[in-house]
Design a protein around this ligand. Sequence first.
Ligand code: NAD
Ligand code: UGA
Length: 476
Amino acid sequence: IPNKINSICCIGAGYVGGPTMSVIAQKCPHIKVTVVDINEERINAWNDENLDNLPIYEPGLNQVVAEARGRNLFFSTEIEQGIKDAQMIFISVNTPTKTYGTGKGMAADLKFVELCARQIAQAANEDKIVVEKSTLPVRTAESIKRILEAEDSEHEFAILSNPEFLAEGTAIEDLHYADRMLIGGESDENGQNAIEALVDVYANWIPREKLITTSVWSSELSKLTANAFLAQRVSSINSISALCERTGADVEEVAHAIGMDSRIGSKFLKSSVGFGGSCFQKDILNLVYLCRHFGLPEVAEYWEQVVKMNDYQKHRFAKQIIDTLFNTVSGKKISFLGWAFKKDTNDTRESSAIYVAYELLQDRAEVHVYDPKVSSDQIYKDISYLQEHSSSSPYCKEKLPKDWKELLHIHKESDLCLKNSHAIAVLTEWDEFKNINWDSVYANMYKPAFIFDGRNILDREKIAKIGFEIKSIGKG
Ligand code: NAD
Ligand code: UGA
């Protein structure tokens, strides 16, 4: 097993593989880093001379790629060659929730990971270190190892778990100044050597005391647990937001008051229209599935409630819009500010906006959307996907009317999106929404002019003074 790394290959050039490998290449000019993917369009975009065309939008990513690309950072579709040339191979492919068969709607679909293991075994020409970067169920490393050893008995493989904790929108900062870097490995000599090799890579910029090493199983489980705890905080404060709206308490005041208790802490207590993103829901459902699998139904139910509360929060928001607009939105123009699951990303996976729009379309609203980074194509795809796949949310089961595409309109400018609407809903907290000229928006709206602030970013007093009726999350 190699113990000094000078070549790395990463399978998967997505939201994790792209930024993490770019930063490794930036910080370790002595290591050749090749990121490979089956998706040729994505690889071409990573290689585009115009850095504004990279497939992922992340603040600061352009500069990192500009510094390292062509020097020691390469993007390619030559997967086999990439594996052959590298001493250490990261698996950073997608691990979505299964949409078929056993574990449908709950378990992680590991077919892409399994395929990677087979590709590695077939291409391997020497001993290799294989690193799980994707988020995986506990004990996946065991399956990867079995496949590798069964397919290739000539070479040795050490499997490490090195989950990624970056958040989208702040990926580069999170990678540069990681709270910690977790590396799980086996206790035998090969495992320990492999751990050391990866620790040495990260030690090029991350302080040693932040590099923690554990067993493979603890590392795999820590990743699912971290996401479950983070999502749980959002669901907890969102559950309280519902009570605030009934009682006249203000959820931001409550969050501030409890967050000052150092045992609770102030981060991740922002009430919202619900959490989105590719991972929270998928990872919790995966955890729930594992608990059931290991005969722990009570534990499974405990965590499942976090997802149920999130479905409820999205539904509550949509229902409030319909109820407030005199019980129907049919034929009414409802304008969405934002579609991404959070600001500073073009990622829309599991975005709350999709679910809210779906419920409004079920009621035959005319939904108009403006998002500064999301393409119109993507927005149609998101609704189509929800329409075609049975959603885990009990509130989006009903199929949309056949002509739903005619009810959905995407805009390139916020002014046109907002003009002549019956109601406006803030779905993403993009900074630019704070600078909207609300006086002129108000002048060009149906009255009463309703605003539903799903992110609590608007100045309620100022907005109300103009004449709007504003409803915010968790404010009575
Ligand atoms: P993604 O869908 O953006 O990227 C995955 C890429 O892998 C795709 O481009 C796909 O074409 C490629 N791929 C799949 N199978 C392949 C194969 N056999 N050979 C070559 N390429 C292949 O996914 P992502 O958001 O980067 O997430 C990857 C993993 O990281 C997931 O397990 C996720 O849970 C985890 N994770 C994601 C985040 C996040 O913020 N997105 C954060 C931490 C962890
Ligand atoms: C999350 C975790 O924060 C990362 O540590 C983890 O690596 C990643 O998942 C992953 O495994 O994919 P991410 O989903 O990119 O990162 O973004 P977050 O900042 O965590 O936001 C997730 C969702 O929760 C967003 O929709 C956000 O708007 C919402 N949220 C977050 C709230 O509603 N309130 C909060 O206080 C925080």
